[in-house]
Design a protein around this ligand. Structure first.
Ligand code: A3P
Length: 288
C-alpha cells in the first residue's frame, strides 16, 4: 500500500482524507434529514471554511458569543461529510449551521427537497493553492506536498482533496437553487468584513443591528480568531497538526500568491484555469 492509499480514500471520484472521512460518515451525510432552517456554507478547501464556522453561529444567534467561546469549530458547525457530524448532530439546535466541501452533485437527497440555504464562498484559486500547500505541510494526516511546483501540478490536475477547483465552482454555479443560494468571496470578506456580514445577515434574515455587526466583525477578525482556542486548532494533538511547520490560521490575506508564483507558474496556472472555464456564463470576480 502506498502512503497515499493509506491516507486517502476515493469517494465518487474524489480524494478524501481517511483521518476525517469514512464510508460510514459519507453514508451518514447522504442520509441526513435536512431541515428548512438549516444553513450550509459550501467551500472548496482553503477558501474560508473555518471563518464561516465563526461567522454563522454569531449571525444566527444575534451575536451571542457562547458557541464560539465554548465549542470547537468542528463541533459547532460540523462538516456534513466528516466523522464528527454523527457524534454531535443530536445536540445541534435549529437553526443548524453546517459546512461542506461537497460539489453540488454529492449533496444528499433531503437537501434538495428542503429549503435549506447555502452560502458559497469562493476564493482566488492562486491563493488557495498557496494556502493548501502550507496546510499539507502542517496536517500530518495528509501527504507531504513536495515542492510548490509539484503541488501546483497536482492541484491543476485535480489530484488533490475534493478534486479540481474549476469543477467545484462550476457545479455550484449551475444549480436550481434560485434564491436559496448566495455567493460571496473570501476577498470581499477580507476587504470589508462588516459589509460582508450585512449581506450574510440580510440573506439569512437575521436582522442584526449595526452594533451587533461591528461586534461580530471584531470577533471574526483574523487576529481574534487566531487567539480563540476554540477556532485556531490548538486543541488538536501535534500528531495531527504540526504548528511548528505552519499555523492553521496562517496569513489571512488576499494576494499571497504573489510571494510564491514564478512568472512561468503564473502563465501555466492562468492558462489551465482559463481553458477549463472557457464558455462559462459566469465570470470570476478577479482576473486570473
Ligand atoms: P491562509 O492559509 O491563506 O492564511 P479553510 O478554513 O477553508 O481551510 O481556509 C483556511 C484559510 O482561511 C487560511 O488562509 C486561513 O488563514 C484563512 N482564514 C481563516 N479565518 C480567517 C479570517 N478571520 N480572516 C482572514 N482569513 C482567514
Amino acid at each position: 500500500m502506498t502512503a497515499s492509499e493509506d491516507m486517502y480514500m476515493l469517494y465518487r471520484g474524489l480524494m478524501l482524507p481517511k483521518e476525517t472521512h469514512s464510508l460510514e460518515s459519507l453514508q451518514f451525510a447522504q442520509e441526513l434529514a435536512f431541515k428548512d432552517e438549516d444553513v450550509v456554507s459550501v467551500t472548496y478547501p482553503k477558501s474560508g471554511t473555518v471563518w464561516m464556522q465563526e461567522i454563522l453561529p454569531l449571525v444566527l444567534n444575534g451575536g451571542d458569543l457562547t458557541p464560539i467561546q465554548t465549542t470547537p469549530n468542528w463541533d459547532r458547525v460540523p462538516w456534513l461529510e466528516e466523522k464528527r457530524l454523527a457524534v454531535v448532530v443530536d445536540q445541534m439546535t435549529s437553526p443548524r449551521a453546517l459546512v461542506t466541501h461537497f460539489p453540488y452533485n454529492l449533496m444528499p437527497p433531503s437537501f434538495h427537497t428542503s429549503k435549506a440555504k447555502v452560502i458559497y464562498v469562493m476564493r482566488n484559486p492562486k491563493d488557495i493553492v498557496v494556502s493548501s500547500y502550507y496546510f499539507h505541510q502542517m496536517a500530518v494526516f495528509l501527504e507531504d506536498p513536495g515542492t510548490f511546483d509539484e503541488f501546483m501540478g497536482k492541484f491543476l490536475e485535480g489530484r488533490v482533496l475534493f478534486g479540481k477547483w474549476t469543477d467545484h465552482v462550476k457545479s455550484w454555479k449551475h444549480t436550481e437553487l434560485g434564491d436559496r443560494i448566495m455567493y460571496i468571496t473570501y476577498e470581499e470578506m477580507v476587504q470589508d468584513l462588516p459589509a460582508a456580514l450585512r449581506r450574510i445577515s440580510d440573506f439569512l434574515g437575521s436582522n442584526l443591528s449595526e452594533e451587533t455587526i461591528q461586534k461580530i466583525a471584531e470577533h471574526c477578525s483574523f487576529n481574534t480568531m487566531k487567539e480563540n482556542g476554540m477556532s485556531n486548532f490548538s486543541l488538536v494533538n501535534k500528531l495531527y497538526m504540526d504548528f511548528d511547520k505552519s499555523p492553521f490560521l496562517r496569513k489571512g490575506v488576499a494576494g499571497d500568491w504573489k510571494n510564491h508564483f514564478s512568472s512561468e507558474q503564473l502563465a501555466r496556472f492562468t492558462s489551465v484555469i482559463s481553458k477549463e472555464l472557457e464558455g462559462e456564463r459566469f465570470s470570476l470576480p478577479w482576473s486570473l
